[in-house]
Design a protein around this ligand. Sequence first.
Ligand SMILES: *Cc1c(COP(=O)(O)O)cnc(C)c1O
Length: 387
Amino acid sequence: MVGFEQRLGAVLAERRQQGLYRQRLTLESAQGPVVRVDGKEYLNFCSNDYLGLAAHPKVIESFQRAASAYGVGSGASHLVCGHSHPHRALEEALAELTGRGRALLFSSGFAANTGTLTTLLQPGDHVFQDRLNHASLLDGGLHSGARFRRFAHNDVADLQRRLAAAQGLKLVVVDGVFSMDGDSAPLARLAALCRREQAWLMVDDAHGFGVMGDNGAGSVQAAGLGSGDVPVLMATLGKALGSAGAFVAGDELLIEGLIQQARNYIYTTAIPPAVAAAALTALHLLREESWRREHLHQLIARFRRGAAELGLALMHSNSAIQPLLCGEAARAVELSRQLRERGLLIGAIRPPTVPAGTSRLRITLSAGHSEQQVDRLLEELGRCQCS
Ligand SMILES: *Cc1c(COP(=O)(O)O)cnc(C)c1O
């Protein structure tokens, strides 16, 4: 019989041998365009802090002030006595920004997705997910007991065939902006199809919220859609908002359903009130410092122009995520290593996060970057011959 040690050991050995072993960096600085690791400074092109809000002085100040007033730990789950004024104020502001009746905070995006899917779906229902959806959406769908189908990436015709063949309650789930490719879901066409097929549409906008749409309201708003088109909207606070946690926004019925039934909501400690206060300040900054979004979009255009001139294999992305396809895992790892030697931090994304043969450098841009820093990135990429 194989024990746990042998099983764990075999997986580690296999990962090492295939060049898929992952290791963590330990940062010695705040998140930002430049970070310190092992006493050395690196230009950071792998963070999801797309607007440079994680270490914004006003966000830090709100966090500190709320920690003084509310302490650090929330002390309990939301339904016991862990729900405080900053949580409530943040939920109200999120509902307003997303144009929905209510919003509900979760401790993480992973919990929000699995909790929402397992609450909405039952055995006998059908859930349809884009092949490239985030792991938490796939896990939630699989755990729900509903019949689970994946459709080809951004392929509305493929989804249409699958929807037409299914009977019963149907839920379609997509990322608004895909986390490893950076491209956007065709939300308007998906919404029209879902309306015809009487399916609900759920969008995970972890990478669009704060970055896309007026005032950063996200991909759904940018596509001109409302809660009638996309009844379930989820986004995270740990990326463009520079904080932590996540939320689901929708109408009263959806939110009350989640409060009463979502196990990932009920049986977990609320995020610290100070984290909610920091996220609320970040939310105000989406409006007050709209230059951040404009600057980010200028940097994205600048990067794409420069990369095209270098002949690099760009993907169809107009988001802050600008991956460069490398193919084999070993090649992506080698390029990432070379860039790191030259002072640039860019993660190599390998299977199982992306399909075999599509390993890539996942370059992310932030409003915290300057044009000069993006030019430096292009210069180094040109030197490393990434295409
Ligand atoms: C990061 C991410 C999540 C998970 O959010 P966390 O708050 O980090 O748990 C969910 N969906 C997508 C698309 C993500 O990129």
